[in-house]
Design a protein. Structure first.
Length: 387
C-alpha cells in the first residue's frame, strides 16, 4: 500500500503485509525509514483521522509503540485486509498465499487491472507460509490510482485488543466488528456524493491566488496544514526558523491550531503568531475552508492591526483541486491614512510573495513524480524475473 508514517515528519513510502509481518519502507533523498512488526506483537489496529479531520489513517499499536500510518487512498479496504491477516495470525491460522490473493481479489476486483491469464497465476503458488521477504508473500497495492478510491465501504472498528473478541473458527475470522461510535463518513469519497459543498466564508480581501493543481484535496490539505515534508521545505524556502505548531484541536465547535515562527526580513527578523481556524463548512474529500489570523511583533504599530487570510481548498476531481487565497489587513485601532496605506502595501506584498512561493513549491512537487514511478516499476519487474 502507498502510505506515509508519522515520525518527525511524514515519511511517504510503501506498506507491505504478509502472513507473519507488517513492514514499512521509505527512502526520501537517501534518508531511510524502516519498520517491521510481527503480527503477533500487534495489540490493536484502529482507524484514525489525520489532523482530526481526514479519515485516511490507521493506527497500529504494540506493547511498546504506536505507529500512525496515514495518506491511504482507500483506507477502509486497507484496514479490512490488515485486520483479516492480523486476526488469523493471532489464532495461529495464518492465511495462505492463495487465501490472501482471493481476499485481495474480493476487496479490489476489477481495480487490479489484470487480464484473465494473469488473474489465475497467484492461485498456483504453494499454500505453505512463505518467508516475510518473498514477493509472493506480500500484498502491495501501491499502483492503485487516486481516482479509484473506495466508494461504498463504511465498516469501521473499535480498538481490538490481542486475544479479546476473537473467534476460534474460520467463520469468526470473516466477522469484522464495526465501531458504532464512528458516525462520520469513513472515506472522503462519501462526502461529496450528495452534491457540491459550498464555502460559507464571506471571502473578504483581495484574491491573491486562484489556481488548480493535480493533487487530491486531502493530500493538498495534508501538505500545507500539517507537519509534512512539503510544509517544512516551504518554511525553509521562506527562511523561517523557530517553527512551532500545535495540533488541530476542537474549540468552540470548530477546529483550531496555533503556529509561531521567526521570519527573516531585510529589515530584521519578526515573529508572527498565527491562528488557523477550520470553518464548519469544511468536509474531508470535498472542501477545506480555513481562516488565518497573523499577529505580528517586533514591527511598528504591531498592536494596531493583524494580517488575515482565507484559504479555500475545493475538490474538482479525485486528482484535481483548486486553491483560492484571499488576503487583507484588519485594523484594531484607528490609524493615520498615510500609515494605513504603507501597512497595507507591505502586508499585501508579503502575502503575494508567500503565494508565489507556495505555487512554485507545489509545482516542484509534480516534476519528479512520473520518472520516479517508472523507475520503481522497472526495478520491480526485473527483480520478479530473477525469483
Amino acid at each position: 500500500y502507498s502510505c506515509a508514517i508519522q515520525r518527525d515528519i511524514l515519511a511517504h513510502g510503501r506498506l507491505y503485509a504478509s502472513q507473519s509481518y507488517l513492514c514499512f519502507y521509505a527512502n526520501i533523498f537517501g534518508w531511510e525509514t524502516c519498520l517491521s512488526i510481527r503480527w503477533k506483537d500487534v495489540t490493536a489496529i484502529t482507524k484514525e483521522k489525520t489532523a482530526l479531520v481526514i479519515p485516511n489513517a490507521i493506527l497500529v499499536c504494540t506493547d511498546t509503540e504506536k505507529n500512525f500510518l496515514t495518506s491511504f487512498t482507500g483506507r477502509d479496504k486497507a484496514y479490512l485486509m490488515l485486520f483479516r491477516i492480523w486476526q488469523n495470525a493471532l489464532m495461529d491460522q495464518p492465511l495462505t498465499t492463495t487465501e490472501i490473493w482471493q481476499w485481495v481479489h474480493t476487496c479490489y476486483g476489477a481495480e487490479l487491472g489484470f487480464d484473465s491469464d494473469e488473474e489465475g497465476c497467484p492461485c498456483d503458488l504453494p499454500d505453505e507460509p512463505q518467508l516475510p521477504d518473498t514477493s509472493e508473500d506480500a500484498v502491495d497495492n501501491s499502483s492503485m490510482d487516486l481516482a479509484r478510491e473506495l466508494r461504498d465501504a463504511r465498516e469501521s472498528s473499535p480498538p481490538l485488543l490481542n486475544g479479546s473478541g476473537l473467534g476460534t473458527g474460520a467463520e469468526d475470522a470473516d466477522m469484522i466488528p464495526t465501531d458504532m461510535s464512528d458516525t462520520s463518513e469513513s472515506e472522503p469519497e462519501k462526502n461529496h456524493n450528495g452534491g457540491e459543498e459550498i464555502c460559507t466564508s464571506t471571502h473578504e480581501g483581495k484574491i491573491l491566488l486562484r489556481e488548480e493543481f493535480p493533487f487530491n484535496i486531502d493530500q493538498l490539505f495534508t501538505m500545507i496544514f500539517t507537519n509534512s515534508k512539503f510544509n517544512l521545505e516551504l518554511l525553509a524556502a521562506r527562511k523561517s526558523s523557530d517553527y512551532v505548531q500545535s495540533p488541530w484541536e476542537p474549540q468552540n465547535g470548530v477546529k483550531c491550531r496555533q503556529v509561531s515562527y521567526t521570519l527573516g526580513l531585510t529589515s530584521g527578523p519578526i515573529g508572527p503568531k498565527e491562528v488557523h481556524v477550520m470553518n464548519k463548512c469544511s468536509k474531508p474529500g470535498a472542501l477545506y475552508s480555513i481562516e488565518s489570523t497573523s499577529e505580528n511583533s517586533g514591527i511598528p504599530y504591531a498592536d494596531y492591526f493583524s494580517v488575515r487570510a482565507h484559504y479555500c481548498l475545493e475538490r474538482i476531481s479525485d486528482s484535481m483541486s483548486r486553491i483560492t487565497f484571499y488576503g487583507w489587513v484588519h485594523y484594531k485601532k484607528s490609524m493615520w491614512p498615510m500609515v494605513k496605506t504603507f501597512l497595507e502595501k507591505n502586508a499585501i506584498s508579503g502575502m503575494e510573495e508567500f503565494v508565489a512561493l507556495l505555487t512554485t513549491q507545489l509545482r516542484a512537487q509534480l516534476r519528479p513524480t512520473a520518472p520516479l514511478a517508472r523507475a520503481r516499476r522497472s526495478r520491480r519487474r526485473k527483480h520478479d524475473g530473477n525469483i
